[in-house]
Design a protein around this ligand. Structure first.
Ligand code: NAP
Length: 495
């Protein structure tokens, strides 16, 4: 059993109160993965003070030098990939291959953002006036408060911490209380890479207390949050009221359209991977499959057959396809949503129960669950369940399918399976989501392009790379005009 501490001003420390909480293995509730510092306001105060104190030296450190530290951290994550992947499975429950994938994403993000240290480019454009030049440069925002969820316990912290640091910000990071050990290992990589003290501070503790205090702390200049809509919206309100920049990445009710001309086997595999991968606990999980009526029955038959063969169990065991859900409260919530689905008149054709087979009773296991005859008014088709529950909905044609997909408050990811280039073009244009996949599932974003959703799925700028991605989130533009004519020139007038 490991003792997990806060990291404040270059030191690993217990919380001021000395209180702790436990992080357990969701596949085996009795296994404690870590005993963790339970922080309070004083710990946040110290962390924010340390981040403020380190800010000037860090922002003035040349960006390529900052990038070298990130590059070394990515190398350390690579060296530790296997053990980190296993830790992810033990602490969060995802199967080992997905745990390793999550670590790889953090490695990729580290190398990518390290390279940005040699770019961080702005613009130089000609002036209207003689003997005058002008440019825009990226500058850091200050101290960032970063709050992350448990479902990608190393990748999502990397999506925030690496770009925040490369842009010259300092950070107070509050990870999910369900995956504090993973977050700590990630921070350790940066510490080992030589990050100066105070630049990155880690504070564990309950979101409602530590997270909310951090978001509203006077020593914090901006907030980046990933998590549920309810929490994100609350933080948007808090930050809005104090004129503080906040970026939120929140939930999804993502859908795959399967057209009558689709390669059905491919669509079934996409729906399986999108619906039950990470036990349905991805913000981009395909929780709705909208199927053209001409192939509806055939799709359901194939999908049910494949889903019924998925092997549920501990993600460290070879051959496991689907792991547990994260904790007791999610476990109970998912089973409640299934009951609501049944009451609303959807037909349950697979699963719908907690799994009690073998060692499943040791953890939070729910059978892969499929509902058919779902309509878009039903709650199971509108609300994010965040578990292994997929609803299949029948559509008359492409327009009807797009209308169904768009009829939720969320707008993160969508997909269409079709062989028809025109249908794919219409879907690409009309699906109201931040990300659209053609002949691929709703999951599998790559870090070289911006990531994020619209409507209730996200607010503000975006994560990851490409134009309009993380650099725009973690820096702001400063515009410089320099007149070297030696006389008064007035733009707009002296032309
Ligand atoms: P959550 O309950 O909203 O928690 C997210 C983070 O916020 C955790 O660190 C949590 O701390 C903290 N928190 C909770 N209440 C808070 C408050 N009042 N003030 C400040 N911070 C608070 O979400 P989750 O269950 O961890 O994650 C699942 C959700 O994340 C799903 O909705 C999923 O779709 C979404 N998600 C979105 C994306 C995306 O990029 N769009 C990616 C991944 C996940 P504690 O753990 O201590 O409660």
């Amino acid at each position: 059993m490991e003792r997990i501490k806060n990291y404040i001003d270059g030191k690993w420390v217990d919380s001021k109160s000395g209180e702790t909480f436990r992080s357990n293995n969701p596949a085996n509730k009795g296994e404690v993965v870590g005993v963790v510092a339970r922080s309070g306001r004083e710990d946040v105060d110290q962390a924010a003070k340390a981040a403020q104190g380190a800010y000037d030296a860090w922002r003035l450190t040349p960006a390529p030098r900052r990038g070298e530290i990130l590059f070394r951290a990515a190398g350390i994550l690579l060296r530790n990939k296997e053990s980190l992947g296993r830790l992810e499975t033990r602490e969060m429950g995802k199967i080992l291959s997905e745990g390793l994938g999550d670590v790889q994403e953090a490695i990729d993000m580290g190398y990518y953002m390290a390279g940005e240290g040699r770019r961080l480019s702005g613009e130089t454009v000609p002036s209207e006036l003689p003997d005058k030049d002008m440019k825009s440069v990226r500058v850091p925002i200050g101290v960032f408060g970063l709050i992350t969820p448990w479902n990608f316990p190393i990748a999502i912290p990397s999506w925030k911490v690496f770009p925040a640091l490369i842009c010259g910000n300092t950070v107070v990071f509050k990870p999910s209380s369900d995956t504090p050990v993973c977050a700590t290992r990630f921070v350790e990589a940066l510490v080992e890479a030589g990050l100066p003290k105070g630049v990155l501070n880690l504070v564990h503790g309950p979101g409602g207390e530590v997270g909310e205090y951090l978001a509203s702390h006077p020593g914090v200049d901006a907030v980046s949050f990933t998590g549920s809509f309810d929490t994100g919206k609350r933080l948007e309100g808090i930050c809005g009221a104090i004129h503080r920049m906040i970026v939120t990445e929140m939930g999804g009710k993502n859908a795959i359209i399967v057209m009558d001309d689709a390669n059905l086997d491919l669509a079934v595999e996409g729906a399986l991977w999108g619906g039950f991968g990470t036990t349905g606990q991805r913000c981009t999980a395909a929780s709705r499959i909208v199927v053209h009526r001409k192939v509806y029955r055939k799709f359901i038959e194939k999908f049910k057959r494949r889903a019924s063969r998925l092997k549920l169990g501990d993600g460290l065991q070879k051959g496991t396809d689907v792991g547990p859900v994260i904790n007791e409260s999610q476990f109970n919530k998912i089973l409640r949503e299934v009951e609501i689905g049944k009451k609303e008149g959807a037909k349950l054709i697979l699963g719908g129960k907690a799994c009690q087979k073998g060692n499943c009773s040791e953890g939070y296991f729910i059978e892969p669950t499929v509902f058919v005859n779902v309509t878009s008014e039903m709650r199971i088709a509108r609300e994010e369940i965040f578990g292994p529950v997929v609803s299949v909905i029948e559509a008359d044609n492409l327009e009807d399918a797009i209308r169904i997909v768009n009829r939720t408050a969320y707008g993160l990811s969508s997909a269409i399976y079709t062989q028809d280039i025109n249908s794919s073009a219409v879907a690409e244009r009309d699906l109201e989501t931040g990300i659209v996949y053609i002949n691929a599932s709703t999951i599998g974003a790559e870090i070289q392009l911006p990531f994020g959703g619209i409507k209730h799925s996200g607010y503000g700028r975006k994560e990851a790379g490409g134009r309009g991605g993380a650099l725009d989130t973690y820096s702001r533009w400063k515009v410089i005009y320099r007149d070297f004519s030696g006389r008064l020139q007035k733009a707009q007038i002296d032309k």
